[in-house]
Design a binder for this molecule. Structure first.
Ligand SMILES: Cc1ncc(COP(=O)(O)O)c(C=O)c1O
Length: 320
């Protein structure tokens, strides 16, 4: 498989050429059973010539929580990992919307389920991921026949790679059945989330979303949107168990997540949501979120970490 890749990645404390970071073929297979990861975005702002990493600290805090939960030892601090990410983005000259993926894995011990070592390895990659915010994208979804894993099976609140087999089964079923997206119910039959995104709905002007004990990831986008909705748009928020049929009669439904950003759901199980187009609340939130993540709107500066590309370009201009 040939894929365009960046020049550099970071692996176990060192930035190196992409081709240099290899492991033996026998590491394939079970090696990711105990791995956890993060998905982070950096948004490019052409006006300032700078990219901003969205909520970097919160993502790294969640990575450390994920590692702790699956018993992987912590080898690098949040400060060290932040610096590694920013340096990598500069080295790869990421002057575009970029996805950053740190992956932490079990680096030693026997390859058996009971074989046990907390020794961890960690690598970080970057790749382009253009934003679809404000593009008017609308998807069709189905409620999956697969249920979301529950906290007494595998911890959905963290980004454990093994969790994604559950989401993948639901996503594949949805695509084979002619839909774009799956929505999973939890084992109680309440709405949980999509395979890679949380879900929100609008009813009577209120923004409603499953609370974090409903078998969902503790999503950073979800948290950001709830704060913006409450504090900037003055919306009433309800975090609570959500019935499946509430989806069908909602005025608006959208998915949210780092990769999903805000994705409008226009139809679920052949029920058209609202008029099938982005609704007023979703559009207001999307505009605000877009302007904040790109640094067009100066509010929430602590959510944006500048990569340092503008400074790099200036240094190059003055030296050249
Ligand atoms: C299962 C799942 N739910 C929700 C989300 C949204 O989380 P976040 O906003 O932190 O990206 C993701 C990842 O994007 C996910 O993989």
């Amino acid at each position: 498989m040939s894929e365009i890749h960046p020049r550099f990645l970071w692996w176990n404390g060192r930035q190196m050429q992409w081709e240099e970071a290899t492991v033996h073929v026998t590491e394939l297979g079970w090696s990711t059973v105990g791995a956890v990861f993060e998905g982070i975005r950096a948004y490019w702002n052409a006006e300032t010539g700078e990219a901003y990493v969205f909520r970097l600290r919160e993502h790294l805090e969640r990575l450390l929580r994920s590692m702790r939960l699956v018993r992987l030892a912590r080898r690098w601090s949040i400060g060290e990992l932040s610096e590694a990410i920013l340096q990598l983005l500069r080295a790869n000259e990421c002057c575009e919307d970029t996805y950053i993926q740190p992956v932490a894995y079990r680096a030693a011990g026997p390859k058996t389920l009971s074989g046990f070592s907390e020794e961890s390895g960690l690598y970080i990659t970057t790749r382009p991921m253009p934003s679809h915010l404000l593009s008017g994208k609308v998807v069709r979804a189905k409620v999956s026949s697969w249920r979301r894993i529950s906290d007494d099976v595998m911890p959905p609140r963290v980004k454990n790679i093994s969790n994604y087999r559950n989401g993948q089964l639901a996503a594949m079923e949805a695509v084979l059945d002619g839909y774009d997206q799956a929505i999973l119910l939890n084992t109680e039959g309440k709405v949980a989330e999509a395979p890679g995104a949380c879900i929100m709905l609008v009813r009577d002007g209120k923004l409603i979303t499953p609370d974090i004990t409903q078998s969902i990831l503790e999503s950073i986008t979800r948290d950001a949107l709830l704060r913006l909705a409450r504090e900037e748009l003055g919306l009433t928020i309800e975090e609570r168990p959500v019935d499946r049929t509430e989806l069908y009669i909602a005025e608006e439904v959208f998915l949210c997540g780092t990769a999903a950003e805000i994705t409008v759901v226009g139809e679920i199980d052949h029920y058209v949501i609202g008029d099938g187009k982005p609704g007023a609340v979703t559009r207001a939130l999307e505009r605000l979120y877009h302007d904040i993540v790109r640094g067009i709107d100066p509010r929430r500066p602590d959510w944006r970490t500048p990569v340092g590309l503008a400074q790099l370009a200036m240094a190059r201009r003055t030296s050249g």
